[in-house]
Write a protein that binds this ligand. Sequence first.
Ligand SMILES: Cc1cc2nc3c(=O)[nH]c(=O)nc-3n(C[C@H](O)[C@H](O)[C@H](O)COP(=O)(O)OP(=O)(O)OC[C@H]3O[C@@H](n4cnc5c(N)ncnc54)[C@H](O)[C@@H]3O)c2cc1C
Length: 481
Amino acid sequence: MDTQPNMAIVIVGGGISGLSAAYYLEKEASQHNLPINITLVEETSRLGGKIATERQDGFIFEGGPESFVTRKPEAWELCQELGLADRLVGTTSSGKNYVLHNGRPAIVPSGPGSFFSTPLLSAGGKLRLLKEPFVKPRTAASDESLGSFLRRRLGDEMVENVVKPAIGSVYLGNVDEMSVQVSFGRFAEMEQKHGSVVKGMFALMKEKSAERKASGEPRPAKKPGFATLQNGLMELVEALADQIEAKILLDTAVTHLYHDETNGHPYALKLSNGRTLLADLVLLATPTFVMADLLEGLAETAVTDQLRDIPYNPVTTVSIAFNRAEIDDPFDGFGVVVPESETSQLLAIEGMSAKFPHRAPDNQFVLRAFVGGQTVPDLAELPEEALISLVRRELASIFNITAEPTQIHVQRWLPANPQPPVGHLAMVAHVERTLASNLPQLYLTGAGLRGQGIPDCIRQSRNLVTQIVTDLQTRPETLSA
Ligand SMILES: Cc1cc2nc3c(=O)[nH]c(=O)nc-3n(C[C@H](O)[C@H](O)[C@H](O)COP(=O)(O)OP(=O)(O)OC[C@H]3O[C@@H](n4cnc5c(N)ncnc54)[C@H](O)[C@@H]3O)c2cc1C
């Protein structure tokens, strides 16, 4: 094995999916004594993809993701593994979420008190919610839309007034079109296993407590619901870039991927700088429409069509800071989401400094507006001046904020997040099976496949690496290409 030439691996895309794939590949290869050389190719001038932190005058602006959920443990665990444990900052448990209701933020009920007093649900809507444990479960285990799942379990009112705007602002899409298995697969599993989401949650709590008792371990310290890093999420990207040995090519796009057996390597990748990379193994960690372009002519048309058909919607985020002293009543919630029934043209507003106070100097206060999404995609492309005017008009109307901003930070994502439709996971599995049988040692990972949150992306890359290592060990001849 030692005398074999190293296997040339090319990863396309330097977002969290590509970087974490490089990290886990190097780690696993070293543990299994597999000789590999990784080259990671990134089209833009920086690593991180959608993770885009700007540090400026004591502010930490996040243009893309701003924190990650800890219930899915992969991002939290990766931060610990990279030595970032003492850099993690959690949200406080007191954070409140709001829905815009008649032009004003109304609190999302989080306990019995707020549940009975919320104006977001009528008496009938509240009663319907309480019936969840008694609603008959669906017998089919096949995928359905998130909207259909939630309407069955919680009723239309809860979906229209609370869930739809919340999901619309996170996924930028429509609950009635997106797959429940990708977005809230855990809840669908609870219904299948326990007959109800509420019953499933109680069962899960009981299971965990029994496991803890049996193991004799003390109750672990409570994790915050969401976490970020002291210097912004780019810290995770920077730590990965520091710790991987892969050769990183920035400002370089892969423009063409093809078979070329003449050089003893199965794949060749044409780069935007005119050079060509030869590869024994290729891992595409780009948005799915880029995967489709790169696989054109190599994979079956059905496969490229399916990848290209995964919809993505555009969004622009506008972070805007004010002097605290000039605001009568600074919004202290984590966020306000906007239902379609409201006249506001924003998708959502996040309380960036309320959620994580270290993101702004003490005398400043930062909000972030989301503009665009599925319902008003064109707004994401408004010229900057018009966009900022729109956001300021909305902030004046919703929060009565008319002060001059001290900082404004605009980040456009055209397109932004994938909208996995019903049947998406079965389609992804089919694409992967087809690729595995026709194009060995060509793999896909990333937000467009099995979940788009940062923990989802890390989990997919970690699982994929386990599969790659198994494939390499069961086909050792591929190591001596
Ligand atoms: C506004 C916004 C807010 C979000 N908020 C959150 C949040 O709070 N929490 C959370 O968990 N998630 C959030 N997300 C989702 C999450 O950030 C993304 O799903 C995730 O970062 C995507 O990672 P990725 O590596 O799969 O893809 P990307 O980050 O898109 O990376 C793909 C990379 O491939 C590169 N590339 C493309 N084509 C080529 C090519 N031909 N050659 C070479 N390189 C190429 C791109 O330049 C890019 O760097 C948010 C997303 C957005 C847009």
